[in-house]
Design a protein around this ligand. Structure first.
Ligand code: SF4
Length: 327
């Protein structure tokens, strides 16, 4: 059954939800991972797309996302600042470009961003665009069309807006905004011709069926880059989980996301340290991209060590060409 469905995807077909659930229950998990790897090689080649992020505005968020250290509803030790030193942002982009990272994103906490802060960050993007070849992304919450237009005019090619989880599980973890509001921002960005990066967090208490639901929702939204974060529990946040996901659940999730979204970049994102012991296997289960360097509010990875790891796993780190070119 795994082979049959793999051949269907390789031939350009799409699997159904029913078929994804069959794959989820496949007895031979190694065969599932290796089939997902074949699909990745067929559609994405052996390129590893690396991106990095900078937390440009941290903490004091009015939203109640249960997992998040930046929510005002939680007592955490997260650093709080209104806006990063703009020179630091420019410098970080430059350093990442020099290390061969393909994409760089400024990320801000909050439901959305003020027009004043947006203008300041657009100024930074314009400077980065002039001085480095790195591709630019932004993650600034629920934006309207004109805010996204400003970003695009400043050189931002991709907008990031995680749907976070399955629509059926979203209300369990967020009540201050809806997943439909995220869909709207994603649609605006796509209508403007921006690439969209949207994924979420696994291990928040959702079921494997809900992870499949999330993957199909992303397919319907035609998302080209899907970051998968593994929950890092935060002390002081209101989300309580029974324990970490099993290795098998993590690898099966990567493989299923690849089967369901064969042409998307399936991106290893936050929580990589939690799966360090199976990282080689994760890289051979359908993954084609990774978030490198420090993550939003957790310490990340060393870029040079990551590059070694990816090359050892057979990936090529050469120049990345985006289909969304800077304006
Ligand atoms: S995930 Fe974003 S919107 Fe939600 S609490 Fe954290 S910073 Fe705010």
């Amino acid at each position: 059954m795994v082979n049959e469905l793999k051949n269907k995807v390789l031939a350009g077909g799409s699997i159904t939800e029913q078929e994804a659930l069959q794959l989820m229950n496949a007895e031979d998990k190694e065969a599932l991972y290796s089939a997902a790897n074949e699909i990745r090689l067929h559609f994405k080649g052996n390129k590893m797309e690396m991106c990095s992020i900078l937390n440009a505005k941290s903490g004091k968020c009015t939203q109640d996302c249960k997992w998040c250290s930046q929510s005002m509803f939680h007592k955490t030790n997260v650093e709080e600042y209104e806006l990063v030193d703009l020179k630091v942002a420019e410098q970080q982009a430059k350093e990442n470009a020099e290390k061969g990272v393909h994409k760089f994103s400024l990320v801000t906490s909050g439901r959305s961003i003020s027009n004043k802060n947006l203008d300041q960050l657009c100024g930074v993007y314009k400077k980065i665009q002039k001085s480095t070849p790195i591709h630019l992304c932004a993650s600034m919450g629920l934006l309207n069309r004109s805010q996204l237009e400003k970003l695009k005019e400043s050189g931002v090619e991709h907008y990031h807006c995680n749907i976070e989880t399955a629509p059926s599980f979203f209300p369990e973890v967020v009540s201050s905004h809806s997943i439909e509001e995220k869909f709207r921002t994603i649609r605006y960005a796509q209508e403007l011709g921006m690439g969209v990066c949207s994924g979420g967090i696994i291990g928040m208490g959702e079921s494997m069926e809900q992870r499949v639901e999330m993957a199909f929702t992303l397919r319907e939204l035609d998302i080209e880059s899907i970051p998968i974060n593994i929950l890092t529990p935060v002390e002081g946040a209101s989300l309580k989980v029974d324990g970490p996901l099993s290795d098998d659940e993590v690898l099966t999730t990567f493989a299923l996301f690849r089967f369901i979204n064969p042409t998307a970049n399936i991106r290893l994102a936050g929580g990589r340290n939690l799966i360090a012991h199976i990282q080689d296997k994760a890289l051979a289960s359908g993954v084609s991209a990774a978030l490198v360097g420090d993550y939003l509010t957790t310490i990340g990875t060393n870029i040079n060590q990551d590059k070694e790891l990816f090359e050892k796993a057979g990936f090529n780190l050469g120049e990345h060409k985006c289909k969304h070119q800077p304006v």
